[in-house]
Design a protein around this ligand. Structure first.
Ligand code: ADP
Length: 496
């Protein structure tokens, strides 16, 4: 200080000059916009950064009122700022918007300081403006992300590669019971059950390599000691250079899902047990029915032979017909229980399927005299390997259905032709038809289409038996149908 006082007058001026020069150079080269103005708001200096920010040249700006760059709805701010300046106050980090020459609004942070003359009188203000658009977007983005994380129902937390918890959202507080203050800074083992600690090294290993660990189902321990089943997704957090610096974890409580799964599995088990019981009952009942049926049939035959009166003979015949229907039903039920028990056996013989089809048509035509059943085949002989009796059963079922579900028609067409290594058989009717969404179900056990079967008695097992018989012969069965136009049931069997 002393020395300073002794510096000659000329040197001080020189120094002052060079100081001024240096300041001017700094102002000229800085990236911050620096403007000065009088207390009346007239711009008195305008550096190159101000030109870059607002688009006006020094010549265009100097001498103009500062309102040149103030949006109309923000004019009031100027009065406030000048008011502060006139009181000798600095206005710091005032975030606002200013308008550039091209009309764009520029978000800025303003610092305005009073300029005083030698006597200390305030003669103007210097403004330093910093463009905060990037910063603002980043802050806005961060705000949005923070809000998403905070309101998420999923537990979201982050940790360093050393396992230190660095963030902990509200859902994490709810799930684990630790507050943010209790969790942040702690090691993640806070919530890992001791017998699962090695999972952490696996997860960190993957994340360090830049890999994501997805839907990792595990357990974590809450503050109260409860184990929570969760599904974890862990992703690497990278810095600007792409280096992995931590991990973000999203954890979803899957206890509800798990108990629902367990419940479903339990219900399924119960259902299977009940189903098995029902099958067992059907098997037993049909077996029990079979014996009296056979003896009633025997007695009816004896009665038929003994009765001489023609009228009474007809009654016995009718009783026999009904009994035969009942026998078929019981036989079908017995077949179903045999299938379920894996005990439906097939004969292995080579036979001509044309004959089997003709026999089945004869049988059905005989019982349904008013029906016209045509048979079209490309050749009178096709040799098949399997159980002729069972294949006949398939045809009888299909023909019977074709009659039962065609109330307004008396025509059935049967086709047989070769297709590749197979024979293809079709039974076509012109009856009720089946809705397309039901077609997939008709071969299921006990399934009946509500609309068409409403007036037809049945148990919904005929097509199921057809399906079992055909597939056990290494064949395939399906149906094509159009409502109110009719259906064609097709099956293919390999040629022997
Ligand atoms: P059931 O005839 O005893 O009900 P099926 O297993 O033979 O049992 O047939 C299952 C269901 O498929 C029937 O209830 C009926 O609704 C439908 N269905 C079968 N064949 C035909 C057909 N030819 N036309 C229309 N619907 C049919």
């Amino acid at each position: 200080m002393e020395n300073d006082a002794e510096v000659p007058q000329t040197d001080t001026r020189l120094e002052l000059e060079s100081k001024r020069g240096m300041l001017a150079a700094i102002i000229d080269s800085t990236d911050d916009t620096i403007i000065s103005k009088t207390t009346q708001g007239i711009i008195t200096s305008w550096n190159p950064a101000a030109k870059r920010m607002f688009g006006y040249t020094e010549e265009e700006a100097i001498g103009q009122h500062i309102s040149l760059i103030i949006p109309e709805d923000r004019m009031g701010e100027e009065t406030y700022i000048i008011g502060q300046i006139l009181q000798g106050q600095k206005v710091d980090h005032f975030e606002t918007l200013r308008r550039a020459k091209n009309g764009d609004l520029v978000p800025i942070s303003l610092t305005v300081s009073p300029i005083k003359d030698r006597s200390g009188r305030i003669i103007g203000a210097s403004k330093i403006a910093r463009d905060i658009s990037v910063q603002r977007i980043a802050v806005e983005k961060q705000g949005v992300l923070a809000a998403i994380i905070d309101t998420s129902d999923d537990t979201i937390l982050s940790k360093t590669l050393e396992g230190i918890i660095t963030s902990w959202n509200k859902a994490a507080v709810k799930m684990f019971g630790y507050t943010e203050a209790e969790a942040i800074g702690k090691h993640i083992s806070l919530i890992i059950p001791p017998d699962r600690l090695d999972e952490e090294s696996y997860i960190i290993g993957e994340v360090s390599k830049g890999n994501k660990v997805d839907h990792f189902q595990t357990f974590r321990r809450a503050k109260n000691g409860n184990l929570i089943p969760i599904s974890l997704s862990v992703s690497p957090i990278t810095d600007e250079s792409g280096k992995v610096i931590g991990a973000s974890k999203i954890a979803r409580d899957i206890s509800a899902e798990q108990s629902a799964q367990q419940e479903t599995a339990e219900l399924y088990k119960q259902l299977q047990a009940l189903n098995a019981k029902k099958d067992e009952f059907i098997g037993l009942a049909s077996h029990e029915l079979k014996t009296p049926l056979t003896s009633v049939n025997g007695y009816l035959q004896i009665l038929g032979q003994r009765i001489t009166d023609e009228k009474n003979k007809v009654f016995v015949q009718k009783a026999q017909q009904q009994l035969s229907k009942l026998s078929t039903l019981v036989d079908d039920l017995l077949d179903v229980s045999k299938i379920e028990a894996g005990k439906l056996n097939f004969r292995d013989e080579v036979f001509n399927i044309c004959e089997v089809i003709s026999d089945a048509i004869d049988l059905i035509s005989h019982a349904n005299g008013n029906y016209q059943i045509t048979f079209e085949t490309s050749t009178p002989e096709f040799t098949i390997r399997g159980d002729a009796h069972r294949i006949e059963q398939v045809l009888i079922n299909l023909l019977t259905n074709a009659i039962r579900y065609s109330p307004g028609s008396n025509r059935i067409e049967v086709y047989l032709f070769a297709e590749a290594e197979n024979v293809k058989v079709g039974v076509k009717d012109f009856g009720l038809g089946i809705a397309s969404e039901k077609l997939n179900h008709i071969f299921s056990r006990y399934y009946r289409v509500d609309d068409s079967s409403a007036n037809v008695s049945g148990l919904g097992i005929g097509l199921y038996l057809c399906y079992e018989i055909v597939t056990r012969h290494r064949g395939r069965i399906w149906a094509e149908s159009e409502l109110k136009a009719g259906s064609t049931f097709w099956f293919i069997l390999p040629i022997a």
